[in-house]
Write a protein that binds this ligand. Structure first.
Ligand code: SF4
Ligand code: SF4
Length: 135
């Protein structure tokens, strides 16, 4: 007998996967907002770090994966340093990014980068960019 999983079952399983990859327990977050308040790039995120965690608590995997937050995060760990519950939004966004790239879809296509940019950008920036945005 084939078991048909509902969308919420699948989203729940994917949320569990983010928890496993990140090593973070979303339930610990009590939504104080300190992480978002200290994040230097939350202004550019579709969904700030604290709300990313709230959506994961609610099982809304697809909203997290559609938002640009995981790509905008610079990994500065300010969120983690300010969290009174020891939850790392940085780890969670990194896990979401890993899961996205593991599907084999590049966030940035190398062939789309202008030659002028490749000629002038520091090599380290280009390599870091490839590691972050290319599967
Ligand atoms: S690690 Fe990412 S989410 Fe956390 S404060 Fe820095 S930029 Fe924001
Ligand atoms: S600082 Fe910690 S407890 Fe507060 S909203 Fe962010 S993750 Fe949750």
């Amino acid at each position: 007998m084939k078991i048909k999983l509902s969308k919420s079952d699948i989203d729940g399983a994917l949320v569990t996967q983010i928890s496993k990859v990140s090593g973070e327990d979303f339930k610990q977050c009590y939504q104080c907002g300190n992480c978002s308040g200290g994040c230097p790039v939350s202004y550019a995120m579709d969904i700030p770090p604290s709300q990313i965690i709230r959506f994961l608590q609610l099982g809304r995997f697809e909203l997290v994966m559609e938002a640009n937050s995981m790509w905008v995060c610079v990994g500065c760990l300010q969120c983690y340093s300010r969290c009174p519950k020891g939850v790392s939004a940085a780890n969670i966004l990194e896990a979401a990014r890993q899961l996205s790239l593991r599907k084999g879809t590049d966030h940035e296509r190398i062939e789309d980068l202008p030659v002028s940019f490749l000629k002038t950008a520091p090599q380290q920036a280009i390599v870091c960019g490839f590691r972050k945005f290319v599967s």
